[in-house]
Design a protein around this ligand. Sequence first.
Ligand code: C2E
Ligand code: CA
Ligand code: CA
Ligand code: CA
Length: 279
Amino acid sequence: AKDQGGNRPCLYNEQMYRALTRRTQLEEEVRDALNYDEFSFALQPQIEILSGRLVGFEALLRWIHPKKGFVPPDEFIPLLEHTESMLRIGYWGLRRAFLILQRLRENGLVDCKIAVNLSAEQMLDSRLAPYLQELLEEFGPYAQWIEFELTERTLVMDIDHCLRVMHSLRKLGFSFSIDDFGTGYSSLSYLKKMPVEVIKIDRSFVAGMLDNHADYQIVSSTIAMVHNLGMQVVAEGVENKEQLRCLNELDCEIGQGYHISRPIMESDLFQMLSSKVQD
Ligand code: C2E
Ligand code: CA
Ligand code: CA
Ligand code: CA
């Protein structure tokens, strides 16, 4: 083949070039991040809207890169899709969730749930149920306090397989929620065959519900439908008190969002809790 002139790859601009190098670098580094202990969780409180009572936390993965600092999950998780590293991080996360639960209980928070995001890779991995069984043996009967969040995207991948896995984990005592509800491809018809307790309304609808008629209708009819199916609703992305009030009027049970609390780094949370206990 003829040299078409120069050995520079055709890059459109500097910005794109930088984005690409950052991506390639991150892709390599994220695989080692687990070995270097660079992952942790931030915990975002969930409250019962009516009473304001804390009912649990969602565990959100945090990667603190030694040089770049905080790298958002939306940037590094896509780099891990379909890789063994995603699974390793997933299993690390499950064990960490049990540890967090144990520490919460030691600090007196004995009826707090923890919501853990499960990746598609994990749902498809045959080691999932045996691993959870091992954690239950190691830590004790915590399953009722752990809720797995699945996205509609994960569910539609292989719905029959997901249903089997969900039923087997429910036998162990775990429960499930559907995350980012309304943004995926799921058809309403299979909501009824899904063994889930909780539906999480995506924050894009909550963000628009006070100004946008369609968003309001989507939120209110989703809440009504979910209740009619005997499930609970979590509204995510609650950013102000007007949204919270409106959700309360619509009988939405649980709220999560910056107005209630930002996600709190594990270490900060336990520091807060231990100084409280001493008071
Ligand atoms: P998600 O599961 O929908 O998580 C909620 C996201 O909304 C979090 O972003 C949270 O910090 C953010 N958030 C919470 N309250 C508010 C609010 O009031 N306003 C706004 N604008 N945002 C709010 P984060 O932590 O950046 O996570 C992004 C996504 O990364 C998550 O979306 C989830 O899909 C994924 N992710 C996070 N942790 C894990 C994990 O451990 N495993 C897996 N598989 N995915 C994870
Ligand atoms: Ca989630
Ligand atoms: Ca969500
Ligand atoms: Ca989301």
